[in-house]
Design a protein around this ligand. Structure first.
Ligand SMILES: [Zn+2]
Length: 153
């Protein structure tokens, strides 16, 4: 599982890591459907994440945000949200610390679709965080090697 510390190490510097952060235009089919018109975050994560969501907007019930400089809730490690490499979705129905009960089929479908694009979910963690989606190390390495491939949205 990619961590902020690992991403920083792979990028080589905070400047190189944050170079992927910018304002992303949210696809029109998502704008107004719980998502804001623009989202700030890392293109290694947000480009594929928004692409997946654009085809599955019926699975979105609330937007929990992407970029936020903070530590992991209840921990000391720096959160992946601090580099815009993670976003929270449906936080009201898939709260931190609890296994998914509500909209279980929607959750499974979303996790599977995200996994295909190299995006991990926190639902299977020791302390479940099912609202949390983040870039995998493989996806982040792809961005480091070819950032020009992450230009959409
Ligand atoms: Zn999160």
């Amino acid at each position: 599982m990619l961590t902020y510390k690992r991403a920083l190490s792979l990028a080589g510097s905070e400047h190189a890591l944050m170079a992927g952060c910018r304002i992303h235009r949210v696809p029109t089919e998502l704008y107004g459907h719980h998502l804001p018109a623009r989202v700030y975050g890392h293109e290694a994560f947000l480009c594929p994440f928004l692409r997946v969501l654009a085809g599955r907007r019926e699975l979105i019930r609330s937007w929990g945000g992407c970029f936020e400089v903070r530590k992991v809730r209840g921990g000391r490690a720096i959160s992946m949200h601090s580099a815009g490499l993670a976003a929270d979705l449906n936080h009201h129905v898939w709260p931190l610390g609890r296994p998914v009960v509500l909209y279980r089929e929607d959750f499974d479908a979303l996790v599977e679709a995200m996994a295909v694009e190299g995006i991990d979910n926190g639902g299977g963690w020791t302390r479940p965080d099912p609202m949390h989606f983040q870039a995998s190390e493989l996806l982040f390495r792809e961005w480091l090697a070819s950032p020009e491939k992450f230009s959409s949205f």
